[in-house]
Design a protein around this ligand. Structure first.
Ligand SMILES: *Cc1c(COP(=O)(O)O)cnc(C)c1O
Length: 335
């Protein structure tokens, strides 16, 4: 199957995600917030071992890995990385080995204490290499070299799956959303390694879509993330054969919701998670979508949007982190 609007064959893809993901309207959340009408795109339902946005990227990254004759996937992330869990699942699905370089402090978590995504990493058969955050790149490089010399034919997937190949998946996702014929003015989502935002921007530009694509930063200051997204959007457009240029000032990032830092859940995330769950029966996650939803709620309350605006909250997944032990105390408050 080819996706309309793109020249087929420029980037190979193996289709295993459950697509298109549904678009739903959220009337009870809209009423609770007394703001603009809110829709949701359910990329928490992409189908691979509890889903999420990385599954879309992996359709393209797996095709590239196979073209390279890879036997082993190697990637890196934080201890509760959704990207690592989905990569481990994709490896299992295609009969490949998987090595995950996970950063934590202290840099080890015994399997018998694993919870959330880490527990799933083990169930999915991944091998875990522990490190501290600041040594992650070096450990990743070393792990790759060891696997290479050991004859394991490794293929390195970058952090968050965010290279032009991975980000291209979100250019296709944007076209998928436009084909679902739900007009909106704003698209909001959590943005971190930038592949999701870069891909959405490329897809929107290609289709001539005129709405706003606003990334709620999960861990970086606005300027840092906007520069990353612009560079990746340019590289992704080039990879797709599109003569489009993205400037840093074209990239909308809100860094007003960083709280206590990456993966530290605060009151704003807790409130957002409970509101989506209680009003709509939709589960967010403590690290990414909880923070982005807190951002959307904050912007609605500040009167940032016009009453007639239509918002799309693009759910990027992350559900397994709800079951990580570190968040239990905070999430159960008010029960
Ligand atoms: C990785 C991730 C993101 C961020 O996507 P990027 O493409 O890295 O910016 C958002 N939400 C969830 C649940 C994720 O796992």
């Amino acid at each position: 199957m080819t996706v309309p609007g793109f020249t087929p064959g420029i980037i190979a893809r193996i289709q295993f995600a459950h697509l298109p993901t549904p678009v739903e309207v959220l009337p009870r959340l809209t009423a609770a917030l007394k703001g603009p009408k809110i829709f949701i795109k359910r990329d928490d339902q992409t189908g691979l071992a509890m889903g999420g946005n990385k599954t879309r990227k992996l359709e393209f990254l797996l095709a590239e890995a196979q073209a390279h004759g890879a036997h082993t996937l190697i990637t890196a992330g934080a201890i509760q990385s959704n990207h690592c869990r989905q990569t481990a699942a994709a490896a299992a699905r295609f009969g490949l080995g998987c090595i995950l370089v996970l950063s934590a402090e202290p840099p080890v978590e015994p399997p018998e204490q694993a919870s959330g995504n880490l527990l799933l990493d083990y169930l999915l058969g991944a091998q875990v290499v522990w490190c501290r955050r600041e040594e992650r790149d070096a450990v990743l490089q070393h792990t790759f070299e060891t696997a290479w010399t050991g004859g394991r034919r490794p293929y390195l997937i970058p952090y968050g799956g965010s290279n032009p190949t991975g980000a291209a998946a979100y250019a296709h996702a944007m076209q998928e959303f436009l084909d679902q014929d739900t007009p909106v003015d704003w698209i909001l989502f959590p943005s971190s390694s930038g592949g999701t935002q870069a891909g959405l921007l490329v897809g929107a530009r290609k289709a001539g879509w005129k709405g706003h694509i606003l990334g709620i930063s999960v861990d970086e200051e606005r300027q840092v993330l906007a520069e990353r997204v612009a560079a990746l959007a340019n590289a992704t457009a080039e990879r797709l054969g599109l003569a489009e240029t993205f400037l840093v000032q074209d990239i909308l990032v809100d860094d007003g919701y960083l709280g206590e830092g990456y993966a530290v859940m605060g009151e704003a995330e807790r409130e957002a998670i409970r509101l989506f769950a209680a009003a709509e029966g939709i589960l967010l996650d403590p690290v990414y979508t909880g923070r982005a939803a807190a951002g959307m709620i904050g912007l609605i309350r500040q009167g940032f949007f016009k009453p007639e605006d239509r918002l799309l909250f693009w759910h990027t997944g992350g559900t397994p982190a709800l079951f990580a032990d570190v968040y239990r105390e905070q999430l159960s408050k008010g029960a």
